[in-house]
Design a protein around this ligand. Structure first.
Ligand SMILES: [Zn+2]
Ligand SMILES: [Zn+2]
Length: 145
């Protein structure tokens, strides 16, 4: 039974892919791993966990492509403009994340932790913002997320 849940919307840079996510989002955090650095071209990536059942791609599903690394979550992006959109656990596709930058407006959640801080690039040190830090993965099944 879900009560009073709102819908958040978002999309890719070129506008071909549009999606909606049922609130509330799961825990959000920053990932400083080298994969996130490569796929975003930036020092870290902010994302919120969701259950796949909360996500609905309302336009442009045919443009959403997975990049499947040998190990770890699939990275889903728009094949036309390259925007990073989601990630998905290949062993449990219900486990997904949405990149916070893909949302329109304020998604409501705030990043609550930083993971893979051991890999933060020299040119962008991890900010001293008081968020809990994890040298490696925070893990998916930690209490609260
Ligand atoms: Zn696009
Ligand atoms: Zn990462």
């Amino acid at each position: 039974m879900t009560i009073d849940q709102g819908i958040l919307s978002g999309g890719c840079l070129c506008g071909r892919v549009r999606f909606e996510v049922q609130e509330p989002l799961g825990p959000a955090g920053y990932c400083h791993c080298t994969r996130c650095q490569r796929r975003t071209g930036s020092g870290s990536s902010a994302q919120a966990r969701i259950d796949a059942s909360a996500l609905r791609v309302i336009e442009g599903d045919e443009h959403v492509r997975p990049y499947r690394p040998a190990k770890g979550f699939e990275k889903l992006f728009c094949a036309e403009c390259g925007s990073a959109l989601f990630s998905r656990n290949p062993e449990d596709p219900a486990q997904m994340s949405v990149r916070l930058g893909a949302f329109e407006g304020d998604p409501g959640v705030r990043p609550q932790f930083r993971q893979f801080v051991a890999y933060a690039p020299a040119w962008e040190p991890v900010p001293d913002d008081g968020l809990p830090r994890f040298a490696e993965s925070r893990g998916w099944t930690r209490p609260g997320g």
